[in-house]
Design a binder for this molecule. Structure first.
Ligand SMILES: [Zn+2]
Length: 218
């Protein structure tokens, strides 16, 4: 799987939305990976590395950008089955992650050897099946942190981390912040539509004076 860096570079510098989801940019130094549409100042070409998938960027040691949120990028075409086996594997990973048996069981369900499956993944996605499953789980968790008010224990469970401790460790390790801080950060930076704010004000008024006071204090 080869990316033409000149095409990627042009798309990156012009923040071309047509390329969103088609590749990711790893920035050396910050070790963050971004979507082509990232609003952050563009990095120098010599500091950029291009990846076909988020999992490949993650496997190379980059972490998702908190501004452009790679977990929200549209599906990567490279993932849509240049190899039928890879497409089926991605569907299974999407449904239930990598189950107990890991890559071995996944390969068995697909009727191929696990080494062959790893080779196919590396060729088409630039990342191993485990890296793809881990990135998917992490991205799903990040979306739940940002876009819901679910308690973190539920987020950990729903995104398949098995335990809150593992979830906390994974988020801390990736974002260098605990989940609660990420949620606060997203709330602060999200530009809420005016109507949403109005709605919240009315909603809280109905709940009583205490909430109203809290709101005024913010
Ligand atoms: Zn970014």
């Amino acid at each position: 799987m080869a990316l033409d860096w000149r095409v990627c570079s042009r798309a990156r510098l012009s923040r071309d939305p047509r390329f969103d989801g088609k590749f990711f940019i790893g920035v050396r130094g910050s070790m963050v990976y971004c979507r082509p549409i990232c609003p952050a100042p563009t990095a120098k070409e010599k500091n950029c590395r291009y990846f076909a998938t988020a999992a490949a960027a993650s496997e190379a040691g980059y972490r998702p950008c908190l501004r452009c949120r790679p977990e929200c990028s549209p599906g990567t075409p490279a993932w849509q089955g240049t190899s039928n086996t890879v497409a089926r594997a991605l569907r299974l990973i999407g449904e239930s992650g990598l189950e107990e048996g890991g890559v071995e069981l996944l390969a068995e369900r697909l009727g191929v050897g696990s080494r062959h499956l790893r080779r196919l993944f590396l060729k088409h996605l630039g990342a191993t099946p485990s890296a793809v499953a881990n990135t998917r789980r992490l991205h799903f968790a990040k979306k739940l942190i940002d876009e819901t008010t679910l308690p973190m224990a539920y987020v950990a469970q729903a995104s398949g981390f098995g335990s809150v401790r593992r979830f906390n460790a994974a988020i801390q390790n990736t974002y260098h912040r605990p989940p609660s801080q990420i949620r606060r950060l997203t709330r602060q930076t999200a530009s809420l539509p005016e109507n949403q704010y109005l709605f919240r004000l009315r909603f809280r008024l109905r709940l009583g004076r205490l909430f109203f006071r809290l709101l005024l204090c913010r």
